[in-house]
Write a protein that binds this ligand. Structure first.
Ligand code: CDP
Ligand code: CDP
Length: 220
């Protein structure tokens, strides 16, 4: 039987994956998976429960036990709205550290695949096309210059009421990208069959149009 279609959108931090995934899902009437939120939720739970982030199996246990739910783009941990809390940079940085653990990735695998429901799924992260949904009919690897990404993130954080500093963000982003690319488990890399989309000089609308264009040419 034909499998439920998935559009995988992977790429470095602040390349626009979440925004583009949401918009593409809306256009197609599909569901969306923000896989990074699961790593961020695990990081937040680790911080709140005082678990040692250096203890891989303890962190994996937290990941396996996560009590999360998603409603209209809001994220809940044990019923508490943590949509804002998981966006903090300290949570993102810890997420990137614990995402290097194989046992943590394993613990979150089934949870991610459960999002694949009809009529389709748009999933964003680092390994959607390489590990989680290797049979996705469309894989997008979304990139943008680190300077463009730092500016976007800075603006986005300020709009959400967080303080943000461009040079600090740029530094953190370079470190995070390097860690995501060089780790042994599911490193950030384009799948061999991924379409590379550079959004450095594209608006959100233009980027959405590029992705939808790839999808239409695939199904027509
Ligand atoms: O929004 P941003 O791109 O900064 O991060 P995110 O997508 O929310 O993911 C937070 C961290 O989780 C990333 O730095 C990755 O290390 C990790 N992650 C991952 O390893 N695999 C995924 N599929 C998604 C996120
Ligand atoms: O999910 P990811 O970390 O890859 O990025 P995001 O949170 O979707 O996007 C980061 C910020 O860049 C958001 O505020 C977007 O509105 C903005 N953005 C943009 O200005 N131009 C684009 N072509 C894509 C995203």
């Amino acid at each position: 039987p034909a499998r439920i279609p998935v559009i995988a959108i992977d790429g470095p931090t602040a390349s626009g994956k979440g925004t583009i995934a949401m918009r593409v899902a809306q256009a197609l009437g599909w569901s969306v998976l923000d896989s990074g939120a699961l790593y961020r939720l695990t990081a937040l739970a680790v911080l709140e429960q005082g678990v040692d982030p250096a203890d891989e199996s303890a962190v994996a246990e937290v990941a396996g036990r996560l009590d999360v739910s998603f409603h209209n783009g809001d994220v809940f941990l044990r019923g508490r709205d943590v949509t804002q809390a998981i966006r903090e940079e300290r949570v993102g940085n810890l997420a990137s550290r614990i995402a290097a653990y194989g046992a943590v990735r394993e613990a979150l695998l089934g949870r991610q695949r459960a999002f694949r429901v009809a009529p389709g799924l748009v999933a964003d992260g680092r390994d959607m096309g390489t590990v989680v949904f290797p049979d996705a009919p469309l894989k997008i690897f979304l990139v943008a210059d680190v300077e463009a990404r730092a500016k976007r993130r800075c603006k986005q954080l300020k709009e959400k009421g967080f303080s943000a500093n461009l040079s600090g963000l740029l530094e953190d982003m370079r470190l995070r990208d390097e860690r995501d690319r060089s780790r042994a488990n599911a490193p950030l890399v384009a799948a061999p069959d991924a379409k590379i989309v550079d959004s450095s000089n594209l608006s959100i609308d233009e980027t959405v149009a590029v992705v939808l264009g790839h999808w239409s040419s695939l199904v027509s």
